[in-house]
Design a protein around this ligand. Structure first.
Ligand code: AMP
Ligand code: MG
Length: 344
């Protein structure tokens, strides 16, 4: 259903409110296959919202895998030939390669053909054989992606999909626009990617609900609440896109080791970090990669990875595990039925 919306122009759903003081301006658009909401305050707020929606449209045009005109599609359809992809896409590919390296390959933008084999790009879902997946995995891995200046070449048979980092990157760009316009406060929610500038007008932190993965259709069912100022929070979860066949559920986050949906004992991973340059992209890449890794490896990565972030893990066995750095910034959701643990 969501895929079809991609071909429509940005859709203005909510009207703009008044333009001054503590009254928020809010704009909701559909872009990058998801609902995005931007909220800002102050004199420049209305103009900034228009710029923010233009910016996510620009990034969709650059990074979409389904739009044949996008730079990513031009790279994917070049049959191994070098493509002038531009500085921005080249830089984002370098960033993706860095997260792939840091996560031991759990973050892998070259799973595009594997994702297509499951039908996640077309919504024509099917369960591929392991032989089919293995044949596709032979072309996966960042060693098949060659970036030189603004030029990108893929080895024949390799394709890229930036779906696991594009929204986080877009959130970084939107927060940049807020700052450049001199805004003190505001937030952007791009699907499961939230970036928050400053705090609420009353001086309190922004309150962000972490969706209860067991009740994905109830927008008011939370596994926990985050209280954040100048921060990003990104959630990846198996509930966000899946299909069912023969009583089994197949979701969209793939394990590069097998080509199958990651079966790591987690229902969702939320990564939280201070809002700094690149932190939206980092949270997005890591939420996907740490979902693949599972609880134990994800916590090891948190302890030793050398990156500054915190985690909220929701496990299949009914636990919500938070890392110590969220003390005072996380609250259990009352009556959720989960048990809560903090690790250090
Ligand atoms: P996210 O919602 O950020 O976790 O990204 C999930 C999307 O990224 C999927 O729909 C795929 O398009 C792609 N993807 C799936 N598995 C991986 C992976 N292991 N590494 C990077 N991207 C992936
Ligand atoms: Mg991601």
């Amino acid at each position: 259903m969501k895929k079809k919306l991609l071909c429509f122009p940005l859709l203005l759903i909510l009207a703009l409110l008044s333009a001054c003081g503590d009254e928020p301006e809010r704009l909701q658009v559909i872009a990058m296959d998801t609902v995005m909401t931007f909220q800002t305050y102050g004199k420049a707020a209305e103009d900034v919202l228009v710029s923010a929606s233009a910016e996510v449209r620009r990034l969709e045009d650059l990074l979409s895998r389904t739009d044949p005109e996008s730079a990513v599609s031009r790279v994917n359809s070049a049959g191994g030939a070098p493509v002038e992809a531009g500085a921005e896409l080249s830089a984002l590919l370098e960033t993706a390669a860095e997260y792939s390296r840091m996560t031991g390959g759990a973050f892998d933008i070259t799973l595009a053909p594997v994702s297509s084999a499951w039908g996640f790009t077309t919504d024509s879902y099917r369960v591929p054989s392991q032989a089919e997946l293995d044949a596709l995995l032979a072309h996966a891995g960042m060693e098949h992606v060659h970036v030189s200046g603004d030029t990108v070449a893929l080895d024949s048979g390799t394709q890229i999909d930036l779906g696991a980092i594009a929204k986080g990157y877009a959130a970084d760009r939107v927060l940049d626009l807020y700052r450049q316009a001199g805004l003190e406060r505001g937030w952007a929610a791009l699907g499961g990617n939230v970036a928050a500038l400053g705090c609420r007008p009353d001086g309190e932190p922004w309150e962000i609900g972490i969706q209860d993965p067991a009740q994905p259709d109830d927008g008011n069912a939370y596994a926990g609440l985050l209280y954040l100022e100048d921060a990003c929070a990104v959630t990846s979860g198996s509930y966000q896109r899946y299909f069912e066949q023969d009583g089994r559920r197949y979701h969209h986050i793939l394990d590069p080791a097998t080509g199958a949906p990651a079966d790591s004992g987690l229902l969702s991973v939320t990564v939280v970090a201070d809002a700094e340059e690149g932190s939206g992209a980092m949270c997005d890449a890591l939420s996907t990669a740490l979902f693949v890794m599972g609880e134990e490896q994800a916590l090891d990565f948190w302890r030793t990875g050398g990156l500054d972030f915190q985690l909220v893990l929701v496990t299949e066995d009914g636990r919500v595990v938070t890392t110590a750095g969220l003390e005072g910034r996380f609250a259990p959701a009352e009556g959720s039925g989960y048990t809560y643990e903090t690790v250090s």
